[in-house]
Design a protein around this ligand. Structure first.
Ligand SMILES: NC(=O)c1ccc[n+]([C@@H]2O[C@H](COP(=O)([O-])OP(=O)(O)OC[C@H]3O[C@@H](n4cnc5c(N)ncnc54)[C@H](OP(=O)(O)O)[C@@H]3O)[C@@H](O)[C@H]2O)c1
Length: 281
């Protein structure tokens, strides 16, 4: 058992939760933090950072809401300054593909003097089951401004496996893994596969991005969320990220998980059916 706990920023997050489970199963002590933990860690309140970091030397870092947002670079730089002062020696940063803000944050980490890994990921499969797309699937129609752009969606379980390898095995030090799933799919293809396996009609409807953002505004979505989704659907989905990349194979020596496997395990989890039964109860 390692004495110094591994810090996980993003305790209940799609990847942080998985990284924490894996590390604990391997016998590592962990300190998973977020705004709701003690000690708390809030990206928007730098006064919380020092006590969350103290006593740890290795960290898995997920930024909120996204490294693409204005201000993320300066927040990450300030975090790296505090991390250096507090004795963090190794950071594994979750990053996004094709985002200028994310690249600036990656560069800041690489220049910080702290030993680093970057896991630069495509869109997660789990956005369909643990995030804002779940609601559309339960309602039978996913409405998004993504057109027919293909995206090599990735399994958050694969990302967690890479993060754990990078956190625990020094052979990975100072490497960037650009990780994607094995197939580039449109949202329509993903929804078709989910619908076929579920045995229930679910359709994908593409709308213009401005109409989508207007609807979000009318529904009262926060302005920063409107900005982020506009950025993601105009920049990240302009076709720049359609290539399948070999990061999973490079880091783990095995292929990335296919979307079909994810659909099967998600059906088994009940999230696409139990939640519906609750809704109709
Ligand atoms: N989703 C994707 O497809 C995708 C693809 C590539 C990269 N990424 C990157 O992944 C990162 C997010 O990682 P994730 O998906 O594993 O996490 P996530 O699921 O977005 O994490 C959600 C958790 O973050 C915590 N949180 C929210 N605001 C916070 C704040 N201000 N300070 C501290 N914690 C906060 C919340 O817990 P509390 O309420 O307890 O604070 C919440 O449970 C982002 O930087 C994103 O750019 C995502």
């Amino acid at each position: 058992m390692k004495k110094s706990p591994i810090l996980i920023i993003g305790k209940n997050g799609k990847t942080g939760m998985r990284v924490n489970q894996r590390l604990q199963a391997l016998g590592y002590a962990t300190r998973p933090v977020s705004r709701s933990t003690t000690p708390a860690f809030d990206w928007e309140n730098s006064a919380t950072w020092r006590s969350a970091i103290e006593g740890t030397t290795t960290a898995y870092v997920t930024y909120q809401p996204d490294l693409a947002v204005p201000g993320a670079e300066s927040t990450i730089k300030e975090f790296l300054r505090v991390a250096t002062e507090t004795g963090l020696e190794h950071i594994v940063l979750l990053s996004g593909r094709g985002e200028e803000g994310a690249q600036r944050a990656e560069e800041a980490l690489q220049a910080s003097g702290i030993s680093w890994n970057i896991v630069r990921a495509s869109w997660f499969f789990q956005n369909f089951s643990e995030s804002f797309m779940l609601e559309g699937i339960l309602a039978g129609e996913l409405v998004l401004p993504a057109g027919n752009t293909v995206e090599p969606f990735i399994d958050a379980d694969d990302i967690a496996d890479v993060a754990v390898a990078a956190l625990t095995d020094p052979a990975h030090r100072n490497k960037l893994y650009e990780v994607t799933g094995p197939r580039a799919l449109t949202f329509a293809q993903c929804i078709q596969e989910i619908s076929d396996e579920l045995g229930r009609p679910v359709k994908y409807t593409s709308v213009p991005v401005d109409a989508y953002i207007n609807t979000l505004r009318e529904e009262g979505a926060p302005e920063d969320l409107q900005w982020l989704l506009h950025e993601l659907f105009t920049v990240v989905f302009d076709g720049r990220n359609c290539n399948v990349m070999p990061g999973i194979e490079e880091a783990l020596g095995r292929p990335a998980t296919d979307f079909k496997t994810y659909v099967q395990k998600t059906i088994e989890s009940g999230v696409w059916t139990v939640a519906m039964q609750r809704q109709s109860a």
